[in-house]
Design a protein around this ligand. Structure first.
Ligand code: 4NP
Length: 152
C-alpha cells in the first residue's frame, strides 16, 4: 500500500488489509510505504490512528518507510492511493513485469477509473473516516478476489 508520506492513507490501508485478510481467513503479507522520505521512522498521523482505532483497527505500531525498488520483487501487488503515487512508483519500475504489479487501490472497486483515495493531510476528521471506509471496501474486494483465485 503506497501513498506520499506513509503516515495518513497507506498505514490505514495496511492495517485494514491485514484485518480484512484475517477475517476472510486468508494468508497475505502486507506492508506500506511512501514515495517521499519526509516521514521515515514516524508513527502514523494521530488522526489516522484515532480514526482507525475507532473502527477497530490498531495501526499504532506501524512506522513510515520509503518505497524502494526492491518492493517490486518483494510484493506481488502494489496498490497506490492516487495518480501522483502511480506516476512516482511507475517511474522507478525498470521492467514491464514490475509495472504490471502496480494499480490504484480503488481500481479494485472501479476498474480502470483511476479514482484516488483523497489525501486527508490538510482535511478534517470526515476525510480520515472517508480514507478508512474506502480502504475497507477496496481491501474487502481484494480479499474476496484472492480467496477465489486460491479456491479457498
Ligand atoms: P499520506 O498524507 O500521503 O496519506 O501519508 C500525507 C502525509 C504527509 C504529507 C502529505 C501528505 N506531507 O506533506 O508531509
Amino acid at each position: 500500500m503506497v501513498c506520499l508520506g506513509n503516515i495518513c492513507r497507506s498505514p490505514v490501508a495496511e492495517g485494514v488489509m491485514r484485518d480484512v485478510a484475517r477475517q476472510h481467513n486468508i494468508s497475505v503479507t502486507v506492508d506500506s510505504a511512501g514515495t517521499a522520505n519526509y516521514h521515515v521512522g514516524d508513527q502514523p498521523d494521530k488522526r489516522s490512528m484515532t480514526n482507525a482505532k475507532k473502527n477497530g483497527v490498531d495501526i499504532s505500531s506501524l512506522r513510515g518507510r520509503q518505497f524502494c525498488i526492491d518492493d517490486f520483487e518483494d510484493f506481488d501487488r502494489i496498490y497506490v492511493m492516487d495518480e501522483n503515487n502511480l506516476k512516482n512508483v511507475l517511474a522507478l519500475a525498470k521492467k514491464e513485469e514490475h509495472r504490471q504489479k502496480v494499480n490504484m487501490l480503488l481500481n479494485e472497486l472501479h476498474p480502470g477509473k483511476n479514482m484516488p483515495v483523497p489525501d486527508p493531510y490538510y482535511g478534517t476528521d470526515k476525510d480520515f473516516e472517508q480514507v478508512f471506509q474506502l480502504a475497507h471496501k477496496a481491501c474487502t474486494a481484494i480479499a474476496e478476489k484472492l480467496k477465489k483465485e486460491r479456491n479457498e
